[in-house]
Write a protein of this length. Structure first.
Length: 261
């Protein structure tokens, strides 16, 4: 059944914006949450969102009291409650441990871990109480392979992956579905800042379409594109130097994560 009420965080640009439009075009009412209200206003006015609609929602997921206050209000406003909640908001970037990068480390943890988990944890009991709903965490293939200076980002995405696995186990009998999505490289503001070669880079709309369909199927986990998935798995078995070369960082060391989905 097509979802009627959808929440997408980090919806002002990139994958979040594309996901909001994808669900709206299928007839859903989408609460698009982000910090940049001017971009949300533009998104809400996008005529291509029809036959659905987009409701701009000013929200910084790193502001946990705001998340805990606002999301129950949104769930109550949605007729019958939210059908799908997508914790998409996230930030990336390098953090070189040879320098004092605590500000970057702290911000990534606040958004990618605390903000994402607060989003899902706030809505989980409400969905469980009514016996239906779908929680979605946007992790990354970076959770499966660590490259130079990207250890913090990879760690945050690994945390979200494990958290979603736990949600699935705990909510399976409550009628609440949980999906963890692991995108590869997708064109966005975040990846535009990457200074290394990005294999199998996908267009944003293509990536959002794959993700949206995975949600509708109710996949427990979904990773794409398959060549990058295979490469990430294989990277756990090959020497560091080869990984660094593939990622365009020859001369630097990279180490794959030993954990998977």
């Amino acid at each position: 059944m097509e979802p009627r009420n959808v929440l997408v965080t980090g919806a002002s640009s990139g994958l979040g914006r594309a996901l909001a439009l994808w669900f709206a075009r299928r007839g859903a009412k989408v609460w698009a949450a982000a910090r940049r209200t001017e971009l949300l206003t533009t998104l809400a006015a996008d005529a291509s969102a029809r036959p659905g609609s987009i409701v701009p929602l000013a929200l910084d997921v790193s502001d946990i009291p705001a998340v805990r206050r606002v999301l129950p209000e949104v769930d109550a406003q949605a007729e019958g409650g939210l059908d799908v909640a997508i914790a998409n908001a996230g930030i990336g970037g390098e953090a070189n441990p040879r320098k004092d990068t605590w500000d970057k480390v702290e911000r990534m943890i606040q958004v990618n871990v605390t903000g994402a988990v607060a989003t899902l944890a706030t809505l989980a009991p409400r969905m469980a109480a009514r016996g239906r709903g779908h929680l979605v965490g946007i992790s990354s293939l970076a959770a499966w392979i660590v490259t130079p200076k990207m250890g913090v980002y990879s760690a945050t995405k690994m945390f979200l992956q494990v958290y979603c696995e736990g949600l699935h186990l705990d909510l399976e009998g409550a009628g609440v579905a949980v999906t963890c999505i692991h995108p590869g490289f997708v064109k966005s503001e975040m990846t535009a800042r990457n200074r290394f070669r990005m294999p199998f880079l996908l267009e944003t709309d293509d990536a959002a379409d794959r993700m949206g369909r995975a949600v509708l199927r109710g996949d427990r986990r979904f990773a794409y594109p398959w060549p990058m998935v295979v490469a990430a798995r294989a990277a756990q078995l090959v020497p560091d130097a080869l990984i660094a070369r593939v990622m365009g960082k020859s001369g630097e060391r990279a180490r794959p994560s030993s954990a998977g989905s």
